[in-house]
Ligand binder design. Structure first.
Ligand code: 5GP
Length: 207
């Protein structure tokens, strides 16, 4: 049987560069899969339905909740975001490391349901850089950027609930660091106990 894949949750302040980090992880290594979320947010220029998100109306989203099609969902700055269940479960069973790029409430919810999930918080080196990136992106109006920065201020209190905090200053370094963390998780004792049990069985006759 293939070993179950690992659930990886990537969160971080809006503007931390999570999207770029995820793209780089997927292109550099072949054992990752990305979960595409559903959202009621309107597509930004260049975003494609089914690639960045499954774009849904509020009614459609509420139906997904009702039909139990989401592993988790949360409201973020006036929109709903949620993780479709079926794809995630299939990828885990196929032994893939699946990445959920989601905000904090969703991340904590995932950890409750999947205690082995690895929670990583991605952050820029400082607050000024965050402001610069959000305004520089130019995809949201001033009020939305301010709301996102306020949310970042509030989210800072939750970063301590994550397993790892990784700074995204140099993209290359950030991506390599994330990959090594995930690789080393394979050696966690709790994931190796079946190996030890087998060895114990082999040695039974000496007892
Ligand atoms: P954005 O509008 O910038 O694409 O995303 C806003 C926030 O929603 C980001 O912090 C992103 O990580 C989060 N997000 C995206 N998809 C999901 C999801 O399926 N569930 C949750 N809880 N948050 C999500």
């Amino acid at each position: 049987m293939t070993q179950q894949g690992t659930l990886i949750v990537l969160s971080g302040f809006s503007g931390a560069g999570k999207g770029t980090v995820v793209k780089e992880l997927l292109s550099r290594y072949d054992n990752y899969a990305l979960s595409v979320s559903a959202t009621t947010r309107k597509p930004r220029e260049g975003e494609v339905d089914g690639r960045e998100y499954f774009f849904k109306s509020r009614e459609e989203f509420l139906q997904m909740i009702e039909k139990n099609m989401l592993i988790e969902y949360a409201e973020y700055v006036n929109n709903y975001y949620g993780t479709p269940k079926e794809y995630v479960i299939k990828q885990l069973e196929a032994g893939k490391n699946i990445i959920l790029e989601i905000e904090i409430q969703g991340a904590l919810n995932i950890k409750k349901q999947f205690p082995d999930a690895i929670l990583m918080f991605i952050t820029p080196p400082d607050g000024r850089e965050l402001e610069k990136r959000l305004y520089g992106r130019g995809t949201e109006d001033d009020a939305t950027v301010r709301a996102r920065l306020k949310r970042a201020y509030e989210e800072a209190d939750y970063a301590g609930s994550y397993d790892y905090i990784v700074v995204n200053d140099d993209l290359d370094e950030c991506v390599s660091t994330i990959n090594s963390i995930i690789e080393s998780e394979k050696y966690r004792a709790s994931k190796k106990l079946s190996l030890i049990q087998n060895i114990k069985k082999d040695l039974e006759r000496f007892n």
